[in-house]
Design a protein around this ligand. Structure first.
Ligand code: PLP
Length: 399
């Protein structure tokens, strides 16, 4: 047996593990201090009643022989796939066949698994910084990586790669920067993919946070995208399903990959839980929509409060307007981890070090809007006071 030595070049620890280790070490040494978790990408509000009721009913279905279900279709129940098309794509003027929609247990696994459809020699272009799963799964597969820096200088709009990229991961709104591409900017990527016979894996996990009209909700709003793009979506951040686990992936037939993905799923995936699919279905009912829209409104408001609060304290911040993430430049050119440690030790506030999302994230930290509102407000207060009490570093208050 030969091990997959590609694992040897991965960072030792997954970013969020490292944060958890530093936080628990601090808690051990300071058991009386309350840490405010302002970095995590996990939701905090309970699921709306309409969704909980749908899950209860689904559990009851499994209790009686006349309603019992066993394995469902690998690609998901037809009623849910049709509801996805009717609610998410038809209103955008996008036409999809039902067998182009695949229900999943969430975006995370599909984002990595999709790479099985491509030759191992294919190169992969990845936003830098971005959600670590793209980079880590591409490195595990031994692919050549083409980083696409997203920086203040380019307004977080990456340049098209100079060398040919076979696979391109785009995440919009981007985690961690919270920034977006406008319609014309995204069209350039679709055109590039058409010209270069590339495929775009478009992660739209945060689509529900988009507020501005000129920002596409789906890549299929762009001309020609059904030829070159796979879209991955999740109920995790739109409906609070991080524990429930449900998402979906659209593989248009025009990509030439739909039958391959179907074949792959039939072999390696035995379908998404019936209860999770019933819960997802409830997000499309009037009561379900009201519930999740209320939760989304809460997180969006929190994002604006954090972004506004940090700006008022003199920080340079990005994102937060179309995304639940606020990308904050560290003060005095501190490194991401130094600022993380500073906020942990002086303010008992946890953020996420930007460098953990890629080299271009150095000198930034990510705040998330998913925590309770009171915690976010207290965190802002602590950051303000933390700097007042610590003379060694200060944000650039001249801005
Ligand atoms: N894509 C992005 C950009 C994310 O930030 C996350 C989770 O944080 C995921 C995908 C994974 O989502 P899921 O819970 O559906 O697996």
């Amino acid at each position: 047996m030969n091990r997959n030595t590609n694992f040897d070049i991965l960072p030792d620890r997954y970013l969020f593990k490292e944060i958890a280790i530093r936080a628990s070490l601090y808690k051990e040494q300071h058991p009386d201090q309350r840490l405010l978790r302002m970095g995590v990408g996990d939701v905090s509000l309970p699921l709306p009643p309409a969704i909980i009721e749908a899950m209860h009913r689904a559990v009851e279905d499994l209790a009686y022989s006349n309603t019992f279900r066993g394995y469902g279709p690998e690609e998901g129940y037809e009623w849910l796939r049709q509801a996805v098309i009717d609610n998410e794509y038809t209103p955008l003027g996008i036409s999809l066949d039902i067998d182009e929609v695949f229900i999943s247990e969430g975006a995370g696994s599909d984002l990595g698994n999709l790479s099985e459809l491509f030759d191992s020699k294919n190169s992969v272009a990845i936003l830098d910084p971005s959600y670590p799963a793209y980079m880590d799964s591409s490195m595990m597969a031994g692919r050549k990586i083409i980083p696409l820096p997203c920086t203040i200088e380019n307004g977080f709009v990456p340049d098209l790669p100079r060398q040919k990229a076979d696979i391109i991961y785009l995440c919009l709104p981007n985690n961690p920067t919270g920034t977006v591409l406008r319609r014309a900017e995204l069209q350039r990527w679709v055109d590039y993919a058409i010209d270069n016979h590339s495929i775009i894996i478009f992660d739209a996990a945060y689509e529900a946070y988009i507020e501005e009209d000129d920002v596409p909700h789906s890549i299929y709003e762009l001309d020609g995208a059904q030829k070159v793009a796979i879209e991955v979506r999740s109920f995790s951040k739109s409906a609070g399903f991080t524990a429930v686990r449900c998402g979906y992936t659209v593989v248009p037939k025009e990509t030439g990959l739909q039958a391959m993905w179907m074949r792959r799923q039939c072999t390696k995936y035995n379908g998404t839980s019936y209860v999770a699919q019933r819960a997802a279905m409830a997000t499309f009912t009037p009561a379900g929509k009201r519930g999740i829209n209320a939760n989304l409104a809460y997180y969006k408001r929190t994002a604006l409060i954090i972004a506004g609060g940090l700006t008022a304290l003199g920080y340079e911040v990005y994102g937060g307007e179309n995304a639940p993430y606020i990308w904050c430049k560290t003060p005095d050119n501190m490194t991401s981890w130094d600022f993380f440690d500073f906020l942990l030790n002086e303010c008992q506030v946890l953020c996420t070090p930007g460098v953990g999302f890629g080299p271009s994230g150095e000198g930034f930290v990510r705040f998330s809007a998913f925590s309770q509102r009171e915690d976010s407000e207290e965190a802002l207060l602590r950051i303000k006071n933390g700097f007042r009490e610590t003379l060694c570093v200060r944000p650039n208050l001249s801005r």
